[in-house]
Design a protein around this ligand. Structure first.
Ligand code: SF4
Length: 223
């Protein structure tokens, strides 16, 4: 079985609740979605057998918080991902899965090997796509077996009514989960200031714990 991997590198986590933690990143090639704000348009990949990639990960000698399986969408190569998660878990790596939160059937098959799920909630007004509320609900239910936090990208088109639906979903499915509001990095924050403030207040009103975290790797100029 061969996996398509766009890149492997080490750096610090640039977003979400584990901001600043040192990780090894395995970026999977390919995604099942096409979000308007996507900043990871991947053009090429290398093919690996699971053990081949695992041996490469073992060359990283530093002390790392975890291995971040990211993309693209790692779950779109579920069988390969599962083999990788098993290998890293057996070798005492902590597995951190960054995912768009839609492929719930695939998640079900790998969740036992995942330690932390960093899950997106896709607002249709932000992505320019249809809605994924039902997929997100099923996904979050499974992800809640592990540590999970949620991430919502806020851009100029993001609508309050979409955030309200997302908050209801979190409250009903995983009320303990923290929601990260992440401003779209391609937009000048000045234009998002009022919206971010309004959205943060809305989270408070709807009793969902939320924080505002921008993508710090882009600010400090690391990968
Ligand atoms: S889910 Fe992530 S990788 Fe896929 S298109 Fe959307 S932003 Fe890009």
């Amino acid at each position: 079985m061969r996996g398509r991997i766009a890149e492997v590198f080490d750096s610090i986590q640039g977003e979400g609740l584990y901001l600043g933690e040192k990780q090894i990143f395995v970026r999977f090639y390919g995604c099942n979605l096409e979000c308007k704000f996507c900043d990871t348009k991947l053009k090429s990949f290398m093919e690996y057998e699971p053990d081949e990639l695992f041996q490469e990960l073992k060359l990283y000698q530093d002390s790392y918080h975890s291995v971040s399986f990211t993309g693209g969408e790692p779950l779109s190569q579920k069988d390969f991902l599962k083999e990788m998660l098993k290998l890293t878990r057996k070798d005492n790596f902590r597995n951190y899965l960054e995912t768009n939160g839609v492929l719930h059937e695939e998640l079900k098959e790998v969740i036992d090997y995942v330690d932390i799920v960093a899950m997106d909630l896709k607002l249709p007004s932000s992505t320019g796509l249809g809605d994924f509320w039902e997929e997100h609900r099923l996904f979050l239910k499974i992800a809640s077996k592990r540590e999970v936090f949620l991430k919502v990208v806020i851009c100029s088109q993001s609508k309050e009514e979409d955030l309200k639906k997302a908050l209801r979903l979190v409250r009903e499915t995983a009320p303990e989960a923290v929601l990260v509001l992440q401003p779209d990095s391609s937009v000048d924050k000045v234009y998002l200031h009022d919206k971010l403030h309004t959205f943060k207040e809305l989270c408070k009103k709807e009793r969902v714990t939320a924080c505002l975290v921008e993508q710090i790797h882009k600010v400090i100029g690391v990968r």
